[in-house]
Write a protein that binds this ligand. Structure first.
Ligand code: GLC
Ligand code: CA
Length: 558
C-alpha cells in the first residue's frame, strides 16, 4: 500500500541486548551497563537504529531480571543509575534509541508491594496481587506455571494462595485493581521523562485473567493448562487503551508487546493502525513449529521444522496484517535457541550460508526486524551435557519435575532437548574475539562460553567483507535506503515448493523478488530467469541459471 502511514519505528532495525551476557566491564563474570556503553560503536558500525534492553532493574535474579524488586533502580551487578544515564546519553549521541523491557505482568516477591501484600489480608497492598483460598488441600485451580509446578503458592501468614504464572518468586499483579494500573503508569512516565525511547512489554497479553478461574485440561498428566485463562483476557485491550491514553500517546516512543497466545485476529487489535494500543507485537507461531505435541514434552520437543510447516505461518502474518496493523520480524531472542542451529545448518560448511539465507528471508519481509545479540555473527546453540551447566530457571525446574521427581524422561534425553531448544542457548556470552572467555570477561563468566568462540567471533568478522556480520550490515543499510523494503506490500510465491521460500514486495512501480533455498541441495528455480533488474543482495557471488544452490538467497529489484 503506497499510502501506508510512515513512522520511524517502521523504518528502524532493532538490536536486542541481554545485558548479563553482552559485555563485562569489571571482571566479575557478569555483563553490565558500562560494558554495553563500551560496545556502542560496534552497534553503530552494524547500523542498527534501536536497542531493546532486556531488564536492567533491581532484581534478585530468580529469572535473570524478569523478576523486578524496584522499577526505579538498577540491578546491583549491572551498575548504577549514573551508568544508565551515561549509556543513554552515549547511545543518543550516536543516533541510537533505547527501548526498555517493561515487566509488569508480575513483580519479584521481594518488591515492596508484595512484601506488604503478603503481610496481612487487610493491608492496602493486598489487592495488588491475586490471592485466593485453596480448595481443601488443593490450590485454587490445577494450572501449571509456565515454569513447571503449580501456578499457585500457598502462603502461611494469611492461609491463602497467590498466583504466579512463572516462578513462585514472580507473583502476578492484579491489573483489575486501578491502583496497580496507576502505579505502573506513574513508573512508565518516570522512565519516559528520563528520555527513553519505548517499551518492549513482557507477556503483556497476560495481564487480564479469566475471572471464572476454571480448571484447565491436563497437559502432562500432572497439571492443567494455564495459558487459555490468562492470555488475551477480557480486559486486556481496555487496559492497554488506558495505558496508551495515559502514557504512550504523550511521547514519541515505540512499543512492542510480547503477546503469548496471540492469534492474528488479536494481534490486529493490539497493533491496530489507529494506534490506540501498541505499535506492534511478537507472536510465537513460527518459533513453535518445532514443539512436538507429545503429552509430556510440549515445548521441549525439537522436531526439525520443515518449510511446509513454516511457510503458511509466515505468509498468513504477512498478508493478514496488511493495511490493518504493523508486524514485527524475529527469529531469535533471549527465550529462543539460536536460529542457525534451529532452522539453518550450523555445520562448518553451511553455517555462514544458512545464517545469511535466514537473515535475507526475514529482513526482506514487511515489519520491523529484530536482531538478537550474536545472531549477526551466526552464533550457534550450545551442547549441554550436565544440568549443572544450565542457568535458566525454566530448564532447572523442568529437569526437576520431569527427570528427578517424576522420572518421565531420562536425564540424557532432557539434556538433548535443552541442547536443541533451551533458552540458555541464547544466553551464552557474546563472542567478541578469540581471547580468553571470548573477550566477554576477564573473570569467570556466570554461564559457560560456547567453545566455538575461536572460530565464531566479532573481531574476525567486522573486517571480513564475506562475513555474516557484514551481510547483516548490508541488509540493514538496504532497508534504510529502499522504501519498498519497509512499506511495500507482500505477496507469496512458489507456495507449493518444499525447498524454496519466495515472495515479492510491491511499491509504486517496483517489485522486489526474494527467493531462499531452505535446504543443502541444489534446487530448480526459474524465478530469476526472465527478470532483469538490480540484485540488492545474495549470499552467493555467482548464480547458476534455473537453479538455487544450497542455502542460496537472492533479492532482486525490478
Ligand atoms: C517473557 C520473557 C522471559 C521471562 C518471562 C517471565 O516471556 O521474555 O524471558 O522469563 O516473560 O517474565
Ligand atoms: Ca560486570
Amino acid at each position: 500500500m503506497e499510502n501506508e502511514k510512515k513512522a520511524w519505528w517502521k523504518e528502524a532495525v532493532v538490536y536486542q541486548i541481554y545485558p548479563r551476557s553482552f559485555a563485562d566491564s569489571n571482571g566479575d563474570g557478569i555483563g553490565d551497563l558500562a560494558g554495553i556503553t563500551a560496545h556502542l560503536p560496534y552497534l553503530k558500525e552494524l547500523g542498527i537504529d534501536v536497542i531493546w534492553l532486556s531488564p536492567i532493574y533491581k532484581s534478585p535474579n530468580d529469572d535473570n531480571g524478569y523478576d523486578i524488586s524496584d522499577y526505579r533502580d538498577i540491578m546491583t551487578e549491572f551498575g548504577t543509575m549514573e551508568d544508565f544515564d551515561r549509556m543513554l546519553y552515549k547511545a543518543h549521541s550516536l543516533g541510537i534509541r533505547i527501548v526498555m523491557d517493561l515487566v509488569v505482568n508480575h513483580t519479584s516477591d521481594e518488591h515492596e508491594w508484595f512484601i506488604k501484600s503478603r503481610s496481612s489480608k487487610d493491608n492496602p497492598y493486598r489487592d495488588y496481587y491475586i490471592w485466593k483460598d485453596g480448595k481443601g488441600d488443593l490450590p485454587p485451580t490445577n494450572w501449571q506455571s509456565l515454569f513447571s509446578g503449580s501456578s499457585w503458592q500457598y502462603d502461611e501468614t494469611t492461609d491463602q494462595y497467590y498466583l504466579h504464572c512463572f516462578t513462585k518468586k514472580q507473583p502476578d499483579l492484579n491489573w483489575d485493581n486501578e491502583k496497580v494500573r496507576n502505579s505502573v503508569y506513574d513508573m512508565m512516565t518516570w522512565w519516559c521523562e528520563k528520555g527513553i525511547d519505548g517499551f518492549r512489554m513482557d507477556v503483556i497479553s497476560m495481564i487480564s485473567k479469566d475471572p471464572a478461574y476454571p480448571e484447565g485440561p491436563l497437559v502432562d498428566g500432572l497439571y492443567g493448562e494455564l495459558l487459555p485463562y490468562v492470555a488475551n483476557g477480557p480486559h486486556v485491550h481496555e487496559y492497554l487503551q488506558e495505558m496508551n491514553r495515559r502514557v504512550l500517546s504523550k511521547y514519541d516512543i515505540m512499543t512492542v508487546g510480547e503477546t503469548a497466545g496471540v492469534t492474528l485476529e488479536e494481534a490486529m487489535k493490539y497493533a491496530n493502525n489507529e494506534g490506540t494500543e501498541l505499535n506492534m507485537v511478537f507472536h510465537f507461531e513460527h518459533v513453535d513449529t518445532d514443539a512436538t505435541t507429545t503429552p509430556i514434552l510440549g515445548k521441549w520437543g525439537y522436531d526439525h521444522p520443515d518449510l511446509t510447516k513454516l511457510r503458511p505461518i509466515l505468509n498468513k502474518w504477512q498478508t493478514g496484517l496488511e493495511g490493518k496493523a504493523w508486524g514485527s520480524l524475529y527469529w531469535d531472542n533471549h527465550d529462543q535457541p539460536r536460529v542457525v542451529s534451529r532452522f539453518g545448518n550450523d555445520s562448518p560448511k553451511y553455517r555462514g550460508l544458512s545464517a545469511k539465507m535466514l537473515a535475507t528471508l526475514l529482513h526482506m519481509m514487511k515489519g520491523t526486524p529484530y536482531i538478537y545479540q550474536g545472531e549477526e555473527l551466526g552464533m550457534t546453540n550450545m551442547t549441554f551435557t550436565s544440568v549443572d551447566d544450565c542457568r535458566d530457571v525454566e530448564e532447572i525446574n523442568a529437569y526437576r519435575q520431569y527427570v528427578t521427581d517424576h522420572k518421565m524422561i531420562s536425564s540424557e534425553e532432557m539434556l538433548k532437548c535443552f541442547s536443541a531448544v533451551a533458552r540458555d542457548n541464547a544466553r551464552t556470552p557474546m563472542q567478541w574475539d578469540d581471547s580468553k572467555n571470548a573477550g566477554f570477561s576477564t573473570g569467570d563468566p556466570w554461564i559457560k562460553v560456547n567453545p566455538n568462540y575461536r572460530q565464531i567471533n566479532a573481531a574476525s568478522q567486522t573486517d571480513d567483507p564475506a562475513s555474516v556480520f557484514n551481510y547483516y550490515k548490508k541488509l540493514i543499510k538496504l532497508r534504510h535506503e529502499n522504501e519498498i523494503i519497509v512499506y511495500g506490500t507482500f505477496s507469496p510465491l512458489l507456495e507449493d515448493s518444499e525447498q524454496i521460500y519466495a515472495y515479492e514486495r510491491h511499491y509504486n512501480d517496483q517489485t522486489l523478488t526474494v527467493a531462499c533455498n531452505w535446504t543443502d541441495k541444489e534446487t530448480k528455480c526459474s524465478l530469476f530467469d526472465c527478470i532483469s533488474g538490480r540484485e540488492l543482495i545474495s549470499n552467493y557471488d555467482e548464480h547458476k541459471a534455473g537453479i538455487l544452490q544450497p542455502y542460496e538467497a537472492r533479492a532482486v529489484l525490478h
